[in-house]
Design a protein around this ligand. Structure first.
Ligand code: GLA
Length: 683
């Protein structure tokens, strides 16, 4: 792709204001409601509506028969009211007629159950009939609306993430394996199929790893996860090719579900679309909810190469309590504060799921911008106030090509492979997990007031002063070499226990665990000592740790903290737990145990200070969030007080939300926020 073309598309529909709106499903309502909808949208300052996300059966009620009349009227109505359309391809919800015509394209679970329609996402991404039908409806939509003035952005599909097993998948998996390995000998060696009599003599003998008698082969499972992710990338590519052919000037996105949905490769998706967009839902009512927002936003921005990204969905007043089976309301003011967090970290606006609560249907009690109780509600008033705030912040809406909007010096490694590798089962402890380790690291930095990116291990590490590798089990020789070169050139690296223990095929590296990083870290890990779920150990520097310990020998590194007496008979008192290794011009640190949150913060604070990384503000941390967002010729300091006390800090500049000028100590009440155009920056 020619970069200029990409830029042209990105800029094509740039309007100079922050996007505000949400998923809009007018087809679920009589047309008189549509007119009330757009009137309320104008009241709330809405300028963007995402339409058509699950509308396939309304657009193509019978195979090959299209009914675009209602969508024409919706597009016209939006345009007449200065509302941009983010038009979705409806391919995440094939219609019931598709099920009858193509039962072979239905998804099959790992236990062999064939699912039937009645919900959404009822398709197998490997099924040729599904792929062909998805391409046809995409082309029909693109041709119909190519020149419609309301069309601002294509929204491909919805939250790619469907995984299916069964005969259709088996065939596609075999083709993928043939391309990857060329001959069966290479596959047999890589998967070590001599173990448990799994040697394959013909490709037809290989199946997708459905439920089996006991533990599956982890190398087989990992390759299946890679295959499934490639399949979804192929689905995205099918639609991108059509949209770029028919509507070359219209930018394209697809909404990533973050951060719990991991059936695709976010870096691969991000490279393909014009702009990354994410869906993000709070999963905690307490302060952990705020760290969750920061985490999702940091992922989105980093996937988009540091550039502005779009918040495609959040909830007006809903916090998922998955374990408790409850949906809790957000307290007044929280939606606004969370939205400012996303904006601080690069969002180009905020869209919500969804505009109006349906009277019945799946998710009918999900929160919306217009709730069941109507516009005379706390929720709609907060929605309207947020719309006004976003207009006050309009100058943040830089053209999306401005380049990185934050200048963070720290990055956490994010790699889908690492997550899939940790999820293959048969690991020495179920406490070994990728997302959990990354979240703990991110939260520790958030509490320290240190802002961070995530980085692709195959990307540009040299941009950062400090790189964290919380969990990256499968590491290739090339990746190990890149990390080592980064350190020798002056970088600071922190590696967590167990990382680097296998190569990219999940084969344990002989001679000591964390072997890929051994020369960089200057340690040899002889033995794993996982702990019982509630066990803790004390280190001799006063730190507490749990979940996991290791027998570590120094091989050039120095010990910074040792295991305390009584840790485990395998580990002598004083044996190294945390180490530091000067390597070339840089330093590599190893954490051989899972430190308790306060101990992790203390050690990361020591390490970031040695790496010369400063905190976002001297007052930042532990609930006072401070983030600098850059624009072409000015800087904005977002300060958000998530604590329950008034906090005071020195600020200089103009608060865009109130117009107040600051030049000295500013008191920020509990829950309050300011967005300061810093002095020296021109509006
Ligand atoms: C996702 C989907 C939406 C809706 C919301 C509910 O993000 O994209 O269609 O189901 O979840 O939270």
């Amino acid at each position: 792709m020619v970069p200029d073309e990409l830029s042209a598309r990105r800029l094509a529909r740039w309007t100079g204001r922050l996007a505000y709106g949400g998923d809009y499903n007018p087809e679920q309502w009589p047309e008189e409601v549509w007119h009330e909808d757009v009137a309320l949208m104008r009241t709330a300052g809405v300028d963007t509506a995402t339409i058509g996300v699950f509308s396939w059966s309304m657009l193509e009620p019978e195979e090959g028969v299209h009914e675009f009349g209602w969508l024409d009227r919706v597009m016209d109505l939006l345009h007449d009211n200065d509302i941009k359309a983010v038009l979705a391809t409806p391919t995440a919800a094939p219609p019931p007629w598709f099920t009858l015509a193509h039962p072979e394209a239905l998804p099959i679970t790992p236990t062999g159950v064939r699912l039937i329609h009645g919900s959404r996402d009822t398709y197998n991404p490997a099924a040729p009939a599904y792929r062909a039908a998805a391409r046809r409806i995409t082309r029909a939509l693109a041709e119909r609306y190519a020149d419609h003035p309301a069309l601002a952005l294509w929204h491909v599909h919805n939250e790619y993430g469907t995984v299916s097993y069964g005969p259709v998948t088996d065939e596609a998996f075999r083709a993928w394996l043939t391309r990857r390995y060329g001959d069966l000998g290479a596959l047999n060696r890589t998967w070590n199929t001599a173990f448990w009599s799994q040697r394959y003599g013909r490709w037809e003998e290989i199946f997708a790893p459905q439920a089996t008698q006991y533990l599956p082969n982890p190398a087989h499972v990992l390759d299946f996860k890679r295959f499934s992710a490639d399949l979804l990338t192929g689905c995205l590519d099918d639609q991108l090719a059509i949209l770029r052919e028919v509507t070359p000037g219209v930018p394209v996105t697809t909404n990533f579900m973050l951060p719990t949905w991991n059936h695709y490769d976010q870096w691969a998706f991000a490279r393909r679309v014009d702009q990354v967009s994410i869906d993000h839902y709070l999963d905690d009512r307490g302060p952990a909810g705020e760290t969750h927002v920061a985490f999702g936003a940091d992922l989105a921005r980093s996937f988009n190469a540091g550039r502005p990204w779009l918040l495609m969905e959040q909830a007006t007043t809903l916090v998922y309590d998955y374990a408790g089976g409850r949906m809790h309301p957000k307290e007044p003011g929280r939606m606004r504060r969370n939205t400012l967090q996303y904006l601080a970290r690069g969002a180009t606006g905020s869209l919500f799921f969804q505009w109006r609560s349906p009277q019945v249907g799946a998710e009918f009690f999900h929160s919306a911008m217009v709730p069941h109780a109507g516009p005379d509600t706390r929720i709609f008033r907060e929605v309207t106030e947020l719309g006004a705030d976003l207009l006050r912040l309009a100058e943040l809406a830089e053209p999306p090509d401005i380049g990185p909007v934050n200048d963070h010096r720290v990055a956490i490694v994010w790699q889908p492979d690492a997550w899939w590798a940790a999820d293959t089962r048969a690991m020495p402890s179920s406490d070994i997990g990728f997302l959990d380790a990354v979240r703990r690291a991110h939260t520790a930095l958030w509490n320290l007031g240190v802002n961070t990116d995530v980085v692709d291990p195959d990307g540009d590490l040299a941009r950062y002063d400090l790189v964290l590798v919380p969990s990256m089990l499968a590491v290739s020789d090339d990746q190990a070499g890149a990390f080592d070169a980064y350190v020798r050139a002056g970088g600071h690296l922190v590696v967590w226990h167990f990382a680097g223990s296998t190569d990219e095929h999940l084969r344990v590296r002989p001679g000591g665990y964390s072997g890929a990083f051994a020369p960089t870290l200057g340690v040899r890990v002889e033995e794993h000592v996982p702990l019982a779920p509630d066990d803790t150990v004390a280190l001799d520097d006063g730190s507490t740790a749990g979940a996991w310990t290791e027998l570590v020998h120094l091989a050039g590194a120095q010990s910074v903290a040792g295991y305390g007496a009584g840790t485990h008979l395998v580990i002598p008192p004083g044996a190294p737990a945390i180490t530091r290794h000067r390597r070339g011009a840089g330093v590599a640190h190893y954490l051989s145990t899972r430190l308790a949150p306060d101990a992790l913060e203390r050690h990361l604070d020591r390490i970031r200070s040695e790496a010369g990384v400063s905190r976002a503000h001297e007052a930042a941390g532990h609930g006072l969030e401070v983030v600098r967002r850059r624009a072409a010729d000015r800087d904005y300091l977002f300060v958000l007080n998530h604590t329950s006390e008034t906090r005071t800090l020195v600020l200089t500049g103009t608060d865009l939300l109130t117009g107040r000028e600051f030049d000295g100590p500013v008191e920020l009440a509990a829950g309050a926020a300011v967005v300061v155009r810093e002095t020296g920056s021109t509006p």
